[in-house]
Ligand binder design. Structure first.
Ligand code: HEM
Length: 448
C-alpha cells in the first residue's frame, strides 16, 4: 500500500489480489461476493452495527442526541423508523416535491446569470443543502443565494463525517478524547454550526406551534413525539433534525455532481438523455417546464445514468461494518466466528466483470437496460449505493427525487461543456470521494 492510494482503490486491489473474501484487519473480514450482501445487510435478524459507528455519536450538554446513522441498537432504530416509513416511502416523499421544485428553479435562475464558466461542484453542494433544509424544516439557508456556507452548518456537517472517518478504526481513542465526561458536558459542544442550526429550528418551531400544519420533516418528528414521547424525546428530535441535514446534504450533492460530470464527459450519453427528456417535455424557446416526479420516474435512461455513475464513481465508500452475532454464521460459503466484524467491499462488487460485463471500467448506462433478466437481478443485488437490508438509507427516495429533477433541469435549460474533458474527475482520496472541481462552460438554451 502506498500513502497516496485512494481508499476505494485499495479495496478494489484487495478484491483483485485475494478474491471475494478479504481479511482487512484483526477480526475483520470483507466480502465482494454478491451472495454476502444479504447475509451482512439482512432485512431481518439484523447484524448489529460495529463500534466503528461510535465516533459519529454526538453529545449536546452531556446527552447523546440520536444520529440515525450511529444508532447501534437496531431495535430502537426499527421503532423510530416505524413512525417515519410512510413519509419516506416513494409516495410519501412526494409531499415534499414542491420544496425540490422551488430549489431547482432557484438554481436555474442563478446559473442563468453566471458564466461563461463556473465550477458546478459547489453549486450542487449549495443546492443540496438548501433543498434538504427546506424539506427538513421549511427554510432554506440561502447557500445558493449567497454562494457560500452561511453560518458554517455545511462545514460542520463535513467535519462530522471527517471526524468519523478519522476515528472509525480507533473508536476507543475517540471515546477517550471526545466522549469523556468533561468534553461531553462542556457547553462548547453545542457550538458546532450544525448543532446550532438544528437547536435553533427546533426551538423556533416549538415557539411557533401549529403542529401538523407544516410541510416538513421536523413536523413529522414532532408529531411522532406526540404519539410516543418516550421514544421521540426532545434530544431525539434534535438528533433526527441534525441527521436529516447531515445524511442528506453532502451525499446527494456529491452523487448528483458526479453523475452530471459523467454525462457531460460523454456527449453520446448527454444527447441521448436530452432526447429522452425532450420526448416527455419539449423545451420551448423560452422555457423548459420541470416535469413531475411521477413522470420523471418513468424515464429509464435517466435512472440508468444515475445508477451507472454511482457504480463507477461512488461518492461514499462507507465500510458499513456489522458484527456477527451467532455461533453458526456462514457468509458467502465461509464459516465466520461470532464477534467477527464483517463488511461488504463495494469497490470489489462495483468492478466485478462477472456482474457488469468486460467493459466494467466504462460509463455505459445502457448496461442497466440491456441486461438479461438474470443479470439484471444480479446487478440490482450488487448495487448498494444506498446500502441494503433493514438499515438501508432512509432518505433514498428523497435523494432520487432531487437527482431526477436537478440533472434534467440542467441538461434541458443549459448547454454545458466541460472545460477539461480530457481530464478525469478528481475525487478526494478518503472514504468520501468528494468531486473536487467540475469546471464547465455554461450557456442558457432558453431565453427566459
Ligand atoms: C444520493 C444520496 C444518498 C446516498 C448515496 C446515501 C447513502 C446512504 C448509505 C450508504 C447509508 C447506510 C450507511 C451505513 O449504514 O453506514 C445511508 C443511511 C442513511 N441515510 Fe442516506 N444516502 C443519501 C441520501 C440521503 C438523504 C437525502 C437522507 C435524508 C433525507 C438520508 C438519510 C439517511 C439516514 C437517516 C440513514 C440511516 C438509516 C439507518 O441507519 O437505519 N440519506 N445512506
Amino acid at each position: 500500500m502506498n500513502g497516496k492510494e485512494k481508499f476505494y482503490d485499495i479495496r478494489r486491489r484487495l478484491d483483485q489480489k485475494y478474491g471475494p473474501v478479504q481479511r482487512y484487519g484483526p477480526n475483520r473480514v470483507m466480502f465482494s461476493d454478491v451472495s454476502a450482501v444479504h447475509s451482512v445487510l439482512p432485512t431481518s435478524n439484523v447484524l448489529p452495527k460495529a463500534d466503528s459507528y461510535d465516533p459519529l455519536k454526538v453529545f449536546v450538554n452531556g446527552t447523546e442526541v440520536a444520529s440515525f446513522l450511529a444508532i447501534t441498537d437496531d431495535g430502537k432504530a426499527a421503532r423510530l423508523k416505524r413512525f417515519l416509513h410512510p413519509t419516506f416511502s416513494p409516495n410519501g416523499v412526494l409531499r415534499y416535491e414542491s420544496h425540490v421544485d422551488h430549489t431547482v428553479s432557484e438554481l436555474i435562475s442563478h446559473l442563468r446569470n453566471i458564466g461563461p464558466t463556473t465550477d458546478l461542484a459547489p453549486w450542487f453542494a449549495w443546492f443540496a443543502f438548501d433543498t434538504i433544509t427546506r424539506i427538513g424544516f421549511s427554510e432554506d439557508q440561502g447557500f445558493m443565494r449567497e454562494q457560500g456556507d452561511i453560518g458554517g452548518a455545511g462545514k460542520a456537517a463535513q467535519r462530522r463525517f471527517a471526524h468519523w472517518i478519522f476515528y472509525w478504526t480507533v473508536p476507543w481513542l475517540d471515546a477517550l478524547l471526545y466522549k469523556n465526561w468533561f468534553v461531553k458536558n462542556r457547553k462548547t459542544a453545542a457550538q458546532s454550526g450544525l448543532v446550532k442550526l438544528a437547536s435553533r429550528v427546533v426551538q423556533d418551531r416549538k415557539a411557533k406551534g401549529g403542529l401538523g400544519m407544516h410541510h416538513d420533516l421536523l413536523d413529522l418528528y414532532m408529531e411522532s413525539g406526540k404519539q410516543d414521547p418516550q421514544l421521540y424525546t426532545p434530544s431525539t428530535i434534535l438528533g433526527l433534525t441534525m441527521t436529516t441535514i447531515h445524511a442528506g446534504a453532502e451525499t446527494t450533492a456529491y452523487t448528483s455532481a458526479i453523475c452530471m460530470y459523467c454525462i457531460l464527459r460523454d456527449r453520446r450519453v448527454h444527447d441521448k438523455l436530452r432526447e429522452e427528456l425532450q420526448s416527455i417535455m419539449p423545451a420551448t424557446e423560452t422555457d423548459w417546464e420541470l416535469p413531475e416526479t411521477s413522470v420523471l420516474r418513468k424515464l429509464p435512461y435517466l435512472e440508468a445514468c444515475i445508477k451507472e455513475s454511482a457504480r463507477l464513481k461512488p461518492s461514499n465508500n462507507i465500510m458499513g461494518e456489522r458484527v456477527v452475532n451467532s455461533d453458526d454464521a456462514v457468509i458467502a460459503g465461509v464459516p465466520i466466528p461470532k464477534g467477527t466484524i464483517v463488511a461488504i467491499n463495494t469497490a470489489g462488487l462495483n468492478n466485478n466483470p462477472n456482474i457488469w460485463g468486460s467493459d466494467v471500467d466504462v460509463f455505459r448506462p445502457e448496461r442497466w437496460l440491456e441486461a438479461s433478466e438474470e443479470q439484471r437481478i444480479l446487478m440490482h443485488r450488487a448495487n448498494i449505493t444506498f446500502s441494503a437490508g433493514k438499515r438501508i438509507c432512509l432518505g433514498m427516495h428523497i435523494a432520487w427525487m432531487e437527482m431526477k429533477k436537478v440533472i434534467p433541469a440542467l441538461i434541458m435549460n443549459f448547454d454545458i461543456d466541460l472545460v477539461h474533458p480530457e481530464e478525469d474527475l478528481k475525487q478526494t482520496a478518503g472514504v468520501f470521494a468528494v468531486p473536487e472541481k467540475i469546471k464547465v462552460y455554461i450557456r442558457p438554451r432558453t431565453k427566459a
